[in-house]
Write a new protein. Structure first.
Length: 269
């Protein structure tokens, strides 16, 4: 196995022009597979509420629920860095609340980094976590916690129209600089688009990662593991390209299992 990934190693990759890669995962088995594949980091996202548990909004995920997911992923990862999302609530309640939550995510959850959403609105929280020795993955751009004020619903964030326009680019470049000055180790620029994203990469010395609305203009990419492998019922009918279609393979397997069981044949496995 390759050497353990570190934050300085990711910064060195940026300096050398090498792209870092991460996946969003919520369980032990996916974390093990992604780690074995060689991803640089695994992000335990509060998107678990929508994508795994079928909720309508990621903002109702609790700290205790994030801890369950973070511990599961931590047990599955040996090489990659593990980042865990701060759920909605502790940051909004103030620095003390955010610090207490971040300490739980690192001490109980085993996270190497804590992701703070809408981080540019809470630079004091970023500074407090860094002072406490907690590495911060600072998310900004159009996020679940900020999109509403830009008039974009959560469900539309992955559409091309949700990307940040050239006119708004300077605002987000300034936010990237603010978060770097606050001590963030990594930036997650959501829905950056090629103009604002490329400008942010040049403006800061820390890696700028992107998921929704990102592209090769960034220092690295992060993707939902379940999207990369096509693991959701929606992938049965969509024509969107993924790296594989686990949903279709699962449907075929369940269909065959049902046929064997109903025909009185021995089942496999």
């Amino acid at each position: 196995m390759d050497a353990k990934v570190t934050i300085p190693a990711l910064m060195q990759m940026k300096r050398e022009g090498k792209k870092s890669v991460g996946v969003v995962a919520w369980d032990y088995q996916i974390a093990r597979i992604a780690d074995r594949a060689g991803v640089d980091f695994v992000s335990v996202g509060d998107s678990v509420g929508v994508n795994l548990w079928g909720r309508a909004d990621p903002l109702d995920v609790t700290l205790d629920e994030m801890l369950i997911c973070c511990r599961a992923v931590r047990r599955g990862v040996e090489r990659a860095l593990v980042s865990c999302d701060m759920p909605y609530g502790p940051v909004q309640q103030g620095v003390d609340s955010a610090l207490a939550a971040a300490l739980r995510l690192t001490k109980e959850g085993g996270a190497n980094m804590v992701k703070v959403d809408a981080a540019a609105d809470f630079p004091d929280v970023v500074r407090a976590l860094v002072r406490a020795g907690i590495a911060v993955f600072a998310q900004f751009g159009l996020t679940p916690q900020t999109a509403a004020k830009h008039g974009i619903p959560y469900s539309a964030q992955n559409s091309p129209g949700a990307q940040i326009s050239g006119e708004a680019a300077q605002k987000f470049v300034d936010e990237a600089k603010l978060l770097e000055d606050a001590g963030a180790s990594l930036l997650d620029f959501t829905n950056s688009g090629p103009i604002a994203g490329a400008a942010a990469v040049k403006a800061v010395n820390i890696p700028v990662i992107g998921g929704f609305g990102g592209g090769p203009w960034l220092d690295g990419r992060v993707r939902l593991a379940h999207t990369a492998i096509g693991y959701a019922e929606k992938w049965l009918d969509t024509k969107i390209d993924t790296y594989t279609n686990t949903a279709k393979a699962a449907l075929d397997a369940f269909t065959a299992l049902i046929a064997d069981a109903r025909a009185g044949r021995q089942i496999k496995g």
